[in-house]
Structure formats: structure tokens, C-alpha cells
Design a protein around this ligand. Structure first.
Ligand SMILES: *[C@@H]1O[C@H](CO)[C@@H](O)[C@H](O)[C@H]1NC(C)=O
Ligand SMILES: *[C@@H]1O[C@H](CO)[C@@H](O)[C@H](O)[C@H]1NC(C)=O
Ligand SMILES: *[C@@H]1O[C@H](CO)[C@@H](O)[C@H](O)[C@H]1NC(C)=O
Ligand SMILES: *[C@@H]1O[C@H](CO)[C@@H](O)[C@H](O)[C@H]1NC(C)=O
Ligand SMILES: *[C@@H]1O[C@H](CO)[C@@H](O)[C@H](O)[C@H]1NC(C)=O
Ligand SMILES: *[C@@H]1O[C@H](CO)[C@@H](O)[C@H](O)[C@H]1NC(C)=O
Ligand SMILES: *[C@@H]1O[C@H](CO)[C@@H](O)[C@H](O)[C@H]1NC(C)=O
Length: 424
């Protein structure tokens, strides 16, 4: 199996990729990669484009180590879904909801196994929640996924009540559904964010309700995953503009960095970058005043992913001066120092950062030495297994052909969905 994986790595790393302009995709950080899936492009409302950014190596935003995974095809065309990585599940990306074309019988949860490199529909059990898009989703330490709100409309096969206020819990290791509490929950909304704190509380920020009203940020809602109870909190500090379509990441310093958002359709909020300090009670907003604005500066339909010290913002709609255009760029904010956030163009991977912060390593001026040695070791290993790889290639191609035969049916029909393998 090991040699098969090396072989897969080789296949993947030779196909570099220039992304298209895109919005309403999903992004998931796992296994030293950010995987991007689906969304809209300038010519397609739904896609199943699948590619990744290699964050194991340093890079700058003008030359991205981006690689194509379009040969992995077992997922329908989609947009407006939510992807989730559970800290305790080392090799899976879960994708919930979203638009999958005019069909409400598509599976609710897909999972990509990063080891087997295959998509599967989760063979979920129990009472399934209604399919929704633009939900706020997190996964806790027990590998339970919490899905709040979202909208259902005719695009996803539902013409009834468009806004949901359900909190659905999907237990990934049992593949079962249950309902969380609704008491004192925020109003039904979509396009808000959910951020899990280390104490098990989920912080819900912003969104838009059924009347097109954008939710104030000066009141946040907290769901305690340990007690299954809701509380709300009025924040202190700045009073940011109400918004939806923003993104949020939790930094290692316990600050939630909010980026982007609109307060009317396609009208970006003036305060695009916000900081919420969750180390103080009540939480405190700051609007960082930083001199340099990235270009493009997406405000809607982008994703933000924290990798080490960097918030990596990908694609989305930006204001082009006369209207809105989709971006195919990545912009990065260094969030290491809550008092000094900086837009940057070069990225240093967490492995290199932690190596250089160790006392022994920091004495050595050549932080490159380590990675050069690593490269030599990797080349050595790769050289040593070339023979094995050739044998593996034959096995792999057979395996791949066999898997495709088996999995091609997983998606399209309800029947196949019922027959599909369990994810875990
Ligand atoms: C995308 O959807 C919009 C609105 O539903 C429609 O007007 C447009 O033609 C679609 N575009 C493509 C490329 O399918
Ligand atoms: C970005 O990286 C590429 C490839 O490593 C390099 O050719 C280019 O000079 C770099 N640009 C900047 C501005 O550092
Ligand atoms: C449509 O949405 C409503 C309200 O969220 C839900 O009760 C119903 O089950 C949904 N129907 C389908 C077919 O998903
Ligand atoms: C918190 O804010 C809400 C909405 O702005 C307001 O109605 C409520 O009175 C505030 N609660 C407290 C305790 O200040
Ligand atoms: C800016 O956006 C408008 C509206 O979407 C579009 O018509 C125009 O072509 C865009 N301009 C550029 C330079 O992309
Ligand atoms: C809807 O999806 C189901 C299962 O994926 C499939 O069997 C059915 O043919 C689809 N219906 C339409 C109208 O596309
Ligand atoms: C992913 O696939 C590998 C290899 O087939 C398997 O060992 C592992 O349990 C799978 N992981 C999940 C989360 O299903």
C-alpha cells in the first residue's frame, strides 16, 4: 500500500494547475494541503473542479503550488456547500449540503478520503435533515459535525420554507443524525459563520435572515456543545457593520479574524477586516487599521483557511471599480500578532516556522539546511523505490480501474446511494 501512495503522490505532483475565476467553492485544510472543490466559474454555475494548494512548502502569491485532482471524479457538480475537517479524523474531508443541480435526492454528506483518494457518499442513518445551502458548520473533538441554518430553495428541490433554523448534528463515526437544541437560537439565517473555540463553544457571527436583513455583529450567539445550550453575548469594543458572506478563522492566539462580507447584495462592507478577541469576556471587536489593501480584495463567495500564521483567502467576488468580478487569486494575511496583522505575499509553512522557533534551530542562521536535507532524503527514498513503483503502477492502474468500476455508480442514483459504502 505504501508504494501505491508514493506513486499517487508522484502522479498528483506532476500536474500543476492554474485555477479559474471562482466563487462559492469550498476549501479544506488537511494533510499539508488546502483542497478546493466546486463552486461557480465565469462559464458554469456548478462545477466539480477539485484541486489543491501545497502548503508544505514556501511559496509566494504570484506563483502558487496548485495541483489538479480532476481525475478524481466521484462527486457531482456543486456550489454553496460547506466542507468540514474534523481535528480527530486524520484522513477525511466532509462536504455537507449545497446546490447539486435541481435534485433534492443527492446525498447530504460526501466524504473525500485523503489516503484512498476517493469520494464517497456517506451512508447516513436516521432521520435525515432537509438539504440546505450556505449553512454554518463546524466539527468538534468528538468528530460530531454541527450544521446550523442555511436556505433551501427550488434550486435544490425545495419550494417550501426557504430559511431553516435547525441545528443538525452528524456523528461521523456512527454516520447518524440528531437534532441540537433550538431554544434561544439565533433567527433563521444563512451566509453566517461558525467558529469552534477550544472550550467547546461555537461562536456564530452574522448572516442574513429571511427578510434580507443582515445580522448585527455586536451580538454573537454561542452554542455550548458540552451542554447543548444556547447563549447570546453583546460584544464590546468596535461596532462593525452588519454583514453576511464574510469568512472567519480562529487564530492560535484565540482571536477570530473575520474577512469580507456584504451588507446589501454585492455591496462590500467598508470594514472588510475585523478581529474578535475571545480571550476576554465579553468578546471584544477591533477594526484593525492596516495600511495596505490586497488586490483583488474578495468580499463574497471566497474562502478563508488558517494555516499556521496565515489566513489564506481564496477566489470569490471582488469589486473591479465598475462592478463585481470573480477572482482566481489567493491573498494572505499574517495573523501571528493580533496587534499587527499584515497582508503578505510569501508563505512559510508551519513545519518550517516551528523548526525555526525551536532553540536549537534558531541558533543556526541557515533555516534552509533542514529542508535541503529533507529534500535529499525524499529524493533518496523516491530513488530507492523506483522499482517498487513500477510494479505498483501496474497494481495501481488495475486498482484504479477496479475502483472506478465500483464507485462510478455511487453518486447518480438513489439506489446506488443506498448501496454505497460507509465512509468510516
Ligand atoms: C447561471 O444561473 C443564472 C441564474 O439562475 C442564469 O441566468 C445563468 O444563465 C446561468 N449561467 C450558466 C452559465 O449556466
Ligand atoms: C515568486 O516565486 C516564483 C517561483 O518560486 C519566483 O520566480 C518569483 O520571483 C517570486 N516572486 C516574488 C515577488 O517573490
Ligand atoms: C423543504 O424544506 C422544509 C423546511 O426546511 C423541510 O421541512 C422539508 O423536508 C424540505 N423538503 C425536502 C424535499 O427537502
Ligand atoms: C444586547 O443587544 C441586544 C440587541 O442589540 C439588545 O436588545 C439587548 O438589550 C442587549 N442586552 C444587554 C444585556 O445589553
Ligand atoms: C467589472 O464588473 C462588471 C460587472 O460584472 C463587468 O461588466 C466588467 O466587465 C468588469 N470589468 C473588468 C475590467 O473585469
Ligand atoms: C435525482 O437524483 C436521483 C438520485 O441521485 C436520480 O435517481 C434521479 O434520476 C434524479 N432526477 C432528476 C430529475 O435528475
Ligand atoms: C481512508 O482509506 C484508508 C485506506 O483505504 C482507510 O484505512 C481509512 O480508514 C479510511 N479513512 C476513513 C476516514 O474512512
Amino acid at each position: 500500500m505504501f508504494s501505491i501512495f508514493i506513486f499517487l503522490q508522484l502522479i498528483i505532483t506532476v500536474t500543476s494547475y492554474i485555477p479559474l475565476n471562482r466563487d462559492e467553492h469550498v476549501a479544506s485544510y488537511i494533510d499539508n494541503k488546502i483542497f478546493f472543490l466546486g463552486g461557480e466559474t465565469d462559464t458554469q454555475n456548478l462545477t466539480k473542479d477539485f484541486f489543491f494548494l501545497d502548503v508544505s512548502i514556501p511559496f509566494n502569491t504570484s506563483s502558487l503550488p496548485m495541483y489538479d485532482l480532476n481525475s478524481i471524479t466521484e462527486i457531482p457538480f456543486n456550489r454553496r456547500a460547506s466542507s468540514i475537517v474534523c481535528e480527530t479524523v486524520k484522513d477525511a474531508i466532509f462536504v455537507w449540503g449545497g446546490d447539486f443541480g435541481l435534485n433534492s435526492s443527492s446525498p447530504l454528506i460526501f466524504a473525500f478520503n485523503t489516503t484512498a483518494k476517493i469520494w464517497n457518499a456517506a451512508n447516513d442513518k436516521g432521520i435525515k435533515p432537509p438539504r440546505r445551502r450556505f449553512s454554518s458548520v463546524v466539527c468538534d473533538k468528538n468528530a460530531k459535525i454541527y450544521i446550523l441554518d442555511g436556505t433551501a430553495d427550488q434550486n435544490i428541490g425545495n419550494t417550501s420554507t426557504p430559511y431553516s433554523n435547525e441545528l443538525d448534528v452528524f456523528y461521523t463515526s456512527q454516520l447518524t443524525w440528531s437534532l441540537g437544541s433550538n431554544l434561544n437560537a439565533p433567527v433563521p439565517h444563512d451566509i453566517g459563520t461558525a467558529t469552534l473555540l477550544p472550550n467547546g463553544k461555537i461562536v456564530y457571527i452574522g448572516g442574513s435572515n429571511a427578510f434580507g436583513k443582515y445580522l448585527e455583529l455586536t451580538q454573537v450567539f454561542l452554542y455550548d456543545t458540552l451542554k447543548n445550550t444556547w447563549a447570546n453575548m453583546n460584544t464590546t469594543g468596535a461596532s462593525p457593520t452588519a454583514r453576511g458572506f464574510h469568512t472567519a478563522v480562529l487564530t492560535r492566539q484565540g482571536h477570530i479574524v473575520v474577512y469580507g462580507g456584504e451588507n446589501a447584495p454585492f455591496i462590500p462592507v467598508p470594514d472588510q477586516l475585523l478581529d474578535l478577541d475571545t480571550n476576554v469576556q465579553p468578546f471584544k471587536w477591533t477594526i484593525p487599521s492596516i495600511g495596505f489593501t490586497p488586490n483583488p480584495a474578495p468580499f463574497r463567495g471566497h474562502t478563508s483557511t488558517l494555516v499556521g500564521n496565515y489566513m489564506i483567502v481564496a477566489f470569490g467576488w471582488f469589486n473591479n471599480g465598475t462592478g463585481s468580478s470573480r477572482s482566481n487569486k489567493i491573498i494572505m494575511l499574517n495573523v501571528n500578532d493580533p496587534n499587527n496583522y499584515m497582508w503578505v505575499s510569501s508563505f512559510t509553512p508551519p513545519s518550517v516556522l516551528s523548526a525555526t522557533s525551536q532553540p536549537a534551530a534558531s541558533k543556526s542562521p541557515e533555516s534552509n539546511t533542514g529542508s535541503t536535507n529533507n529534500t535529499a532524503v525524499i529524493i533518496g527514498i523516491v530513488g530507492g523505490v523506483v522499482g517498487v513503483i513500477i510494479i505498483s503502477a501496474v497494481i495501481f492502474l488495475y486498482y484504479r480501474w477496479y475502483k472506478n468500476r465500483e464507485d462510478i455508480n455511487v453518486i447518480p442514483s438513489d439506489d446506488a446511494f443506498k448501496r454505497s459504502k460507509e465512509v468510516i
